[in-house]
Design a protein around this ligand. Sequence first.
Ligand SMILES: [Zn+2]
Length: 204
Amino acid sequence: MIVKQVPVRDIIETNAYFYIDEKSKHGFLIDAGAEAEKLLKIIRDNGWTIEKLLITHGHFDHIGAVEKIAKTLNIPYLAHENGREYLPNPTYNLSAFFGNDIVLNNAEYLQDGAEITLDAAPNVKLKVIHTPGHTQDGVVYYDESNSLAFVGDTIFKRGIGRTDIPGGDYNQLQQSICNKIFTFLNDTILYSGHSEPTTVSAEK
Ligand SMILES: [Zn+2]
């Protein structure tokens, strides 16, 4: 698998990730927070086909370019079912605080434990693991066979997500990290929304 981290910035810098099957050149884009044109150019330049756009949680800095990219590529965007509270709601997705409302009404919603399979290579799949605490709709997209996971703002290199925002809950975040992420194999690479990659063992 190819994993390409691309920092994008509107108000703050957030990592977008391309997760691409080398052979078919098909894959997913995880968290398109801003700079739609830059992300679309990378897709074109590499000859990739993005089948779906995956959202780790419904905060403005992770969803700001979703609508533009989903429309341009004519692909669906997916988020945890609790994202119903965040994606269409500028107060909950925090975009209202910056005077540029984001309202996403057309997400496909996922349940904990769902698997997202790549159409072009059905052996490539990501498991949806609900990890609330930073938000109520936080998920990790976990590729167990390649020992990697996209963790959004649940955990960072030497840090954890904020919980002082709507839907934040410190105890819940601690449980999501200790009871879910820390059960992955120690050498699992964690790709977060706002830091360099890290590993389970390093954060334990
Ligand atoms: Zn966030």
